[in-house]
Ligand binder design. Structure first.
Ligand SMILES: Cc1cc2nc3c(=O)[nH]c(=O)nc-3n(C[C@H](O)[C@H](O)[C@H](O)COP(=O)(O)OP(=O)(O)OC[C@H]3O[C@@H](n4cnc5c(N)ncnc54)[C@H](O)[C@@H]3O)c2cc1C
Length: 380
């Protein structure tokens, strides 16, 4: 049995980027906060690619998700600066931009459609021919069939982000309790506390549920929809000592269904598979083969890099790909889960929305479409 406070103003369930950022901000506002997680930082937040992509993740029919990503992108510079100064460490936040490249004529046609969508949405991207793409990133394959330059898409080292947030939470005096929360307890429709796996409880008036795809497993929470775990496998490649970095430029590179994100001086993150239904975190030979083959078609020089890590985790997915951000159907229960492929990108706006809710203030406008009540059928 681990020791922990019997009572807190707020209990945050889950210590991925979402739970950690919420706990940090709530503590900064003066609330007594406790965070529970048996493996803080060990979920999808550690495995992710670190892209902060309003444009390259935008899709037809997902304008509200784009607006939320843009709202978060605007908050990133200040969020990163505050966090870095708080913990006196860098998190690898770069206003890098991205290049989406086409490998063949079919992909070039898809890039044209994407360029038209970006234009309609007012995103700062432009279509370039192969020659200009290769001037921007000389390591691209000579067979590249053009690219889309997306200037608004940034990146961060998500592992450095997790580590910095853990330090910030500790520095803010938040106890991190290494236990799973099994249930949120309530009386007369209002939260009274949480029950932990070791049988103890913490009394509180507010719970923030940020347990990624496992949020649906916590008893006593009337989640409006189930959360699906969607597996993603990812690789880390590394330039050998004395060799140049894997990418010549700052921009991260995307193919259709593939991304290549520089990490530090020598590493390149290659991601990622999108697999429904698989419930274990094994990395498979087939996934490694596909990711490496796709990456090699875009950047032929990767054949020289060392394969230093394979990793896998689960994205928390909702039926409409948008997060659950808002009231959890009990007084004092806030949902901050279901961030799908965008949880790293959405960290600043999520923390701000949660902080506003706990303070009884209005959340940022872009958050409104992601109220969990959107899944609750209106009663006649
Ligand atoms: C391969 C891959 C690549 C990705 N790339 C990107 C990217 O480039 N950009 C981007 O924005 N997003 C990306 N994502 C998505 C992103 O990683 C997630 O949306 C984000 O990490 C979700 O954060 P989270 O804090 O909600 O969940 P997690 O990081 O999964 O954290 C949840 C935490 O809750 C804890 N927990 C679970 N159950 C309980 C319980 N009952 N009690 C207490 N604690 C509990 C877990 O131990 C875990 O630490 C990627 C995801 C994957 C898998």
């Amino acid at each position: 049995m681990v020791s922990h406070p019997d009572r807190s103003d707020v209990v945050v369930v889950g210590g991925g980027v979402i739970g950690l950022a919420c706990a940090w901000q709530l503590a900064a506002d003066g609330h007594a906060v406790a965070l529970c997680d048996p493996d803080p930082g060990g979920g999808a937040s550690w495995t992710a690619g670190g892209m902060l992509p309003p444009a390259t993740e935008s899709d037809f029919g997902e304008e509200e998700i784009l607006a939320l990503n843009q709202a978060s992108a605007r908050r990133w510079p200040d969020f990163a600066a505050r966090l870095e100064s708080e913990v006196d460490a860098e998190i690898g936040y770069r206003r890098s931009g991205a290049l989406v490249v086409a490998r063949d004529a079919d992909e070039a046609a898809q890039l044209d459609r994407l360029a038209t969508l970006h234009q309609r949405l007012g995103l700062p991207s432009r279509r370039v021919r192969s020659r200009e793409a290769r001037q921007l990133e000389p390591r691209l394959s000579p067979r590249t069939r053009g690219a889309l330059v997306c200037d608004g898409d940034d990146r961060v080292d998500n592992r450095a982000l997790v580590t910095a947030l853990r330090h910030a939470v500790k520095g803010a005096g938040v106890p991190v309790i290494p236990e799973r929360v099994t249930a949120v307890e309530s009386r007369d429709g209002a939260v009274t506390g949480v029950r932990l796996a070791d049988g103890t409880r913490i009394a509180c008036g507010h719970v923030v549920l940020a347990a990624g795809w496992r949020s649906a497993e916590v008893e006593g929470v009337p989640l409006p929809v189930p959360l699906r775990p969607v597996k993603g496998q990812i690789l880390h490649l590394r330039a050998r000592p004395g060799d140049p970095p894997p990418l010549a430029g700052e921009r991260f590179v995307r193919g259709l269904g593939l991304y290549l994100v520089p990490r530090g001086e020598a590493d390149l993150v290659v991601g990622a598979t999108v697999e429904e239904g698989d419930r274990d975190t094994a990395t498979t030979a087939g996934a490694v083969l596909k990711l490496l083959r796709d990456a090699w078609e875009v950047l032929p020089d990767i054949g020289e890099l060392a394969l230093v890590e394979t990793d896998a985790a689960f994205r928390p997915a909702t039926p409409d790909n948008g997060p659950l951000l808002g009231s959890g159907g009990l007084e004092g229960l806030t949902l901050a889960c279901g961030h799908w492929r965008n949880g790293i990108a959405l960290t600043p706006v999520t923390a701000e929305a949660v902080r506003a809710r706990v303070a009884g203030q209005a959340p940022p406008e872009a958050v409104a479409p992601f109220d969990p009540a959107r899944f609750t059928p209106a009663t006649a």
